[in-house]
Design a protein around this ligand. Sequence first.
Ligand code: SAM
Length: 258
Amino acid sequence: MSPDSGPLPSQPPAGLGLAPFLQRCIQLLLLPIHLLACLGLWDSFYKKAFPYIMAKVAPIYNRKVYKQKQELFSNLRKFTGPSGQLTLLEIGTGTGTNFQFYPPGCRLTCTDPNPNFSKFLLKSLSENRHLQLDRWVVASGEDLRQIPDGSVDAVVCTLVLCSVPDVPKVLMEVLRVLRLGGAFYFLEHVAADHSSWTYFWQKVCDPVWKYFGDGCSLSRETQKELEKTNFSELNLRRIHVTPYWTPTSPHIIGYAVK
Ligand SMILES: C[S@@+](CC[C@H](N)C(=O)[O-])C[C@H]1O[C@@H](n2cnc3c(N)ncnc32)[C@H](O)[C@@H]1O
């Protein structure tokens, strides 16, 4: 049994032939939402609702990955640049769930394309007075033109690359804004082993997840995209976040150096 396959006794059907069939059934059930999406109504409703959902979900998720995040961000200070203060850019900051892991005195630029997160982000900042917010920019990770080339020591991205429309473009922007020797920190849920039941369910659930996860895909090959990007060093580990059998269980965690 492959490592991602969880407690189920056998392999998924060969070629995942059943997955497209189940996907079509789900797509039929989702037809009303699909119509709303075509009219642009789903997005405008969900962009308002999603920050409230994340405000509930993020603390639960954080408790699950607390140790991993603590360990991941423990060497952030090592990347402090010549200014003596760590300048950190977070992409897709959401509710600011990572703030508690950043070192004191860190100068923060937060970006997110969804302005409806601002209220939650400001609340999180008020609870993390060891940080200094330099800028809050409403921007997608694919277009960080407001951030100058080579201007930050570290970029952080957690549970974001699963949702962005263009992962390579985001990674190119990350490379552009990082100073030489700076680091890109990531924690992302990713595609499971293709021969596993987890992957089978990821493919089946992808159409629903897209609508209820704000564009999120369960089966993204983010590791491959990171390997293709021109970082000088890539430290990456595959981990599972419990419950083990869920489609969001397989994760990658680590940092890459420019
Ligand atoms: C699942 S939430 C994760 C939020 C936060 N990083 C965390 O770990 O809790 C995904 C975030 O990615 C943001 N996002 C969606 N599309 C994006 C894009 N193209 N560029 C940057 N962020 C994006 C969403 O607005 C949302 O804040």
